[in-house]
Design a protein around this ligand. Structure first.
Ligand SMILES: [Ca+2]
Ligand SMILES: [Ca+2]
Length: 468
């Protein structure tokens, strides 16, 4: 993910000074290109900037935290987060203006006239203090937790979501320089909820009021969701034309379970072209809201998922395609395999491991090792090294080719056939001219069994990357 040098990023940003989006001058954290943020509670961990480069306050910019006593504002912890973000050049997200949970306890008993007046005071006081926030969660959890004062600010109304529209109108006036986000949970794992969410997004977008779709993506939605469902939901949200922000990501489990979940699912979020940034919801053991979601233990050790995340960013030299299989499957899967795939040390063309799948050969049968999802490619050629094991009967030779499926119709483009025999190894390359490089749906290696072939063999793929 380090295709552009830091200098060229700064130069590009100098020429996009009129853009509303955040301009990043200093690189920090483990990720480039997009932000990878985290939350700050009441203090700033000394290693925050080692890993993360965006800040969302955990609780301290919720209305109930700031104004637990009416008209008596406590900004102390919010200032800690905001000042740290601003002094380090990290984008800051204010979380949140309108939400049915963690409201001040005194607000639900007021008259609707007073509720509306108090909410406006809260919005304006927040804007006065944090007017340079890059992002605002205007309404949190509209599908799950409407505020007690919903009817004071328009209720359902003719659109069904008048109170949300009113809230965004007030936020746009109060925070003219910020990007305005909607935020909710239960979206990434549920296409029906996503469809409801899209209705609200479209109402706001028609009125020019929304700049980002927040999907919380907590462990209870992430742990068991399929990659297929994730991609379906991300594509539904992306079709609105509004950028997506993964706003509260966590995944739980023991070390190996959490690692496997990150390996399988984090790249789906990060590499989707409509996703503009990812914020994790805590990282230190004992300081996260949910058990086993932490990434650093109480004794200061990085859990395997965090070690993998660092490796993922450091080895991702080109957007979308780099796979070296040193620490797992890198999101790849197999079709029509006899067994596998695995990350194996039986052979490699780069470093120590490669991807292995076992296939049962029968003339004309097809097998695949590939990565499915939604990717953007930043090079002109896709390359990989492929090998066949020395066992099994290859007959007239095993055909191999690199392929991509691209665009919403999954158009197919592949390299010319190459043939390998038992124990053979070959470098493959596929020219990407004519391919929708911002809309890659699958890529990988296709194997076709030769005539007169039989028996089981192993095929290996390694060092998959893009070049110019
Ligand atoms: Ca007040
Ligand atoms: Ca390797």
């Amino acid at each position: 993910m380090k295709k552009l040098s830091k200098v060229s990023i700064i130069v590009i940003l100098m020429f996009s000074a009129f853009s509303l989006s955040f301009t990043k001058e200093v690189s920090a954290g483990i990720a480039d290109e997009k932000f990878l943020g985290n939350i700050i509670s009441h203090y700033v961990p000394s290693d925050f900037g080692v890993y993360w480069d965006q800040v969302t306050p955990e609780n301290s910019t919720k209305w109930g935290s700031v104004e637990s006593t009416r008209d008596n504002m406590n900004w102390t912890n919010a200032d800690t987060s905001y000042n740290f973000a601003k002094s380090n050049g990290y984008p800051f997200k204010f979380h949140t203006l309108v939400w049915g949970s963690q409201e001040p306890s005194w607000v639900s008993g007021l008259s609707t006239f007073e509720q509306r007046a108090e909410l406006l005071e809260w919005i304006q006081a927040s804007a006065q203090r944090y007017g340079d926030a890059e992002y605002i969660d205007v309404v949190n959890e509209p599908l799950h937790a409407p505020p007690s004062y919903k009817n004071a600010i328009g209720g359902d109304g003719a659109t069904g979501w008048d109170w949300v529209i009113w809230s965004f109108e007030q936020a746009r006036q109060a925070f003219p320089n910020a990007e305005l986000h909607l935020n909710d949970y239960g979206i990434i794992s549920d296409p029906n909820a996503a469809a409801q969410y899209v209705e609200i997004v479209n109402l706001l977008n028609e009125r020019g009021l929304i700049d980002g779709i927040g999907i919380q993506s907590h462990h209870f939605n992430m742990n068991n969701v399929s990659v297929t469902t994730m991609n379906q939901v991300l594509d539904m949200l992306a079709a609105t034309g509004v950028p997506i922000y993964v706003s509260e990501l966590d995944m739980s489990g023991d070390d190996q379970t959490q690692l496997a979940r990150y390996q399988e699912k984090f790249p789906v979020l990060w590499e989707h072209p409509a996703v503009k940034g990812v914020t994790l919801w805590g990282y230190k053991e004992g300081e996260t809201w949910a058990q086993d979601t932490h990434l650093i233990t109480s004794s200061g050790e990085e859990r395997p998922a965090l070690q993998w995340l660092k490796q993922y960013f450091s080895s991702s030299g080109e957007t979308g395609a780099y796979a070296n299989f040193e620490s797992g499957l890198d999101g790849w899967s197999g079709t029509n395999l006899n067994a596998g795939p695995w990350s194996t040390d039986a052979w490699s063309s780069k470093d120590l491991r490669s991807l292995q799948g076992d296939i049962n050969m029968s003339s004309g049968d097809q097998h695949y090792l590939s990565k499915k999802g939604h990717f953007s490619f930043a090079g002109n050629e896709l390359r990989a090294t492929v090998k066949g094991a020395s066992w099994g009967n290859y007959g007239n030779g095993l055909g191999v080719k690199l392929f991509v499926k691209h665009g919403e119709n999954y158009d197919w483009k592949a390299s010319d056939w190459q043939t390998i025999r038992a124990g053979g190894e070959i470098n493959l390359s596929l020219n990407l001219s004519g391919v929708h490089k911002s809309d890659i749906r699958e890529y990988g290696v296709q194997f076709i069994d030769g005539s007169n072939s039989s028996g089981v063999t192993a095929v290996y793929v390694d060092n998959v990357y893009l070049s110019n």
